[in-house]
Design a protein around this ligand. Sequence first.
Ligand code: COA
Length: 479
Amino acid sequence: MTKARNGKKGRKTVKAAARKSAEKVFRLKSGKPAAKAAPSNGLPRPSSKPWGKAGRALEGVKILDFTHVQSGPTCTQLLAFMGADVIKVERPGIGDVTRMQLRDVKGADSLYFTMLNGSKRSITIDSKHRKGKEILERLVKKCDVLVENFAPGALDRMGLTWEHIHKLNPRMIVASVKGFGPGPYEDCKVYENVAQCAGGSASTTGFRDGPPLVTGAQIGDSGTGLHLCLGIVSALYQRVRTGRGQKVLCAMQDGVLNLARVKLRDQQRLKHGPLPEYSQYGEGVPFGKAVPRAGNDSGGGQPGWILKCKGWEQDPDSYVYFITQAPVWEAICHLIAKPHWKTDPDYATPPARLPRLRSIFDTIEQWTMTMTKFEVMEACNKFDIPCGPILSMKEIAEEPSLRETGTVVEVDHPTRGAYLTVGNPIKLSDSPADVRRSPLLGEHTDEILRDVLGYADREIAEIKTSGAVSAAEKKAAAA
Ligand code: COA
């Protein structure tokens, strides 16, 4: 291939012969073969285009996006940010149910929908309509990945079984989010908080003397969408070698458990005694058989807690997370004006501090309450003391550095006007994120039928009157 491209066949042959004889001489002298040039592994030559100008990471990948609500859309939105062409299939006249959920602007798609479906195209198809099925099958043949998060069995009931899809397009990857993996609960419909509870997050979140708590971060939905994304990209990579697609399954229970991994760690540690970094240890409260809720204790080996800062009485977010990391203990003592704690045997070492963490944090809090959370952060950062201000969503929305990095992005929308969305949190140096507004329901139906599926204008007109892609015209046709 290189020869053909260079057109320097003769010179190359001479060079190759020279290299061979040099290798021979080297082998004779050292008994070892000469080091070979780095193998290309079949990869093209490194691009000479400027960074960010060599196309996007997933350019050329077509996603048949059959997702709805949050888990699946999180996954396909990330794929779209990475440059994949994501074709969202929605039910005519209705669309993804979140378009209408928690609406803040009358008549406009909700933020729930717009913030999970950016950079995608929308086509409406009635998957239970004869013609709709035909269009879907055509899409299956054209796309690389089908992503879905329907209730168990729904895709099969549409006639899109794995066997059928694989027959239509052996290269297609079929990626699914379900609530549970195979087992007693596999047929259950599952939403975010159900997964947080079933995955071990809720039982380990909250305060010991309170009920289990769910977290604000959507670890069940968005977390599983992230896991699915990795599965898809891995399957795409494997397909380069095998030429065939495969099924990718992420159960929300599994995704949450993966994120709550440190708590399964602690469950096993319990067999060997109490967990000294949990504040209940210092408080003399015995441990039960299962990992307890640990309030704001740090999940790692360095004790931490949330402390009040100046203005906490009025501002519910005037707090800081403070970690008493062992290597910076002397600096902490210095800052909080307790220099004698550096050498006092009751405080000088981490094991000595464990039984008195509560009173230590109370003392540190007397100091943090004299400053704002940002002043505390500044004072601590000088000494590498790990701490973090509790940022409100308002502060995050207004934070200029997050705008600059593209983590918070403002996009315009034809019916609701400008809105903020979370851009791609994964930054690739050669693939700038492609963050665009979400599509209107069926906005790209015509262009997908024509440009992706190759239907002629006459056929598109017939499809429209058939009711396969448009609920309104279905009624008109029936009248
Ligand atoms: N045309 C025609 N019918 C369509 C369609 C289309 N374009 N798109 C979807 N449908 C139909 C499905 O075929 C299904 O019909 P069926 O039950 O008669 O087979 C129906 O819409 C409903 O789908 P379903 O997934 O059951 O929606 P739901 O609103 O009842 O349940 C969930 C929602 C999220 C609970 C469920 O989809 C689920 O458990 N998903 C897996 C786990 C998950 O992702 N949960 C997190 C969501 S953030």
